[in-house]
Ligand binder design. Sequence first.
Ligand code: GLY
Length: 295
Amino acid sequence: MASIIGTWRMSYEPVRAAYEMLCSGTSAADAVEYAVSEVERNPVFTSVGLGGLPARDGEVYLDAGWMDGNSLRCGAVMAVRNVSSPVRAARMLCGRKKNWLLCGSGAERFAASAGIPMREMLTEEARAKWLEAKEPAEEGHDTVCVIARDDSGRMVVGTSTSGLFMKEPGRVGDTPIVGSGFYCDAGAGGAAATGLGEEIMRGCLSYAAVSYMRQGKDAQTAAELAVSMFRLQLAGRGEDPEGISLITMDASGNTGAASTLESFPFAVGNAMYEAVLRNGRVTILMRNPEEIPFG
Ligand code: GLY
């Protein structure tokens, strides 16, 4: 079954269009790149790509990840500036046996030499917000994550974020880290995470969810188990995660989602849902999430 799932309201229109592309024979990889890069180039979204909120030094540093579930190959870029589509750079690195995770100036040089347009990603609006901000803010960790499966059974996951607003320059979250921000095995399923990267990385949440699918759990159960088991592990240490959410897709294209938030919107397009936005209310395990109408 052709299927696609993306995080947050911001992924809805791109996921809907990408689902139509999948239905017309576009590959999972092209559908994922399309959906993620549409969010990257939309300055309205302040946690991804153009318009992303800057670090303490006023620079916008971007992270992105990519995994091909058939080859288990990955690509990722960390802390890149001026790269118009970090997910495109991550995709272009995927396939390499070595040197597939690049950071900073090396990643920027790679992107430029690969023909990805370079531009200033700091918008006037984001700069104004930075000028007003005095403290590191717990905002801006809404990552766009998209998982797709095409009719040929190829599965891909892509992720992209500008990370935390007012982060320390050099800080990297889960988004470009395989196993934490994303993981995909076309024989079992794929997963991707959004939320506070420092928490997600401690639980290797995407890998955990795919491991449950490798054991035969369905996508929804795998998402719920990964989030709730990590939550239990933290609770045993006197901590409660402040905000982590996970999307999943199994090898047949069935989707799932779980979160520690009261509300976690995500978009799904497949034969069951025909491109709807759904709302995962998740501490309560989500079997019948309400659908959010679009106007
Ligand atoms: N989840 C994105 C970040 O923490 O950077």
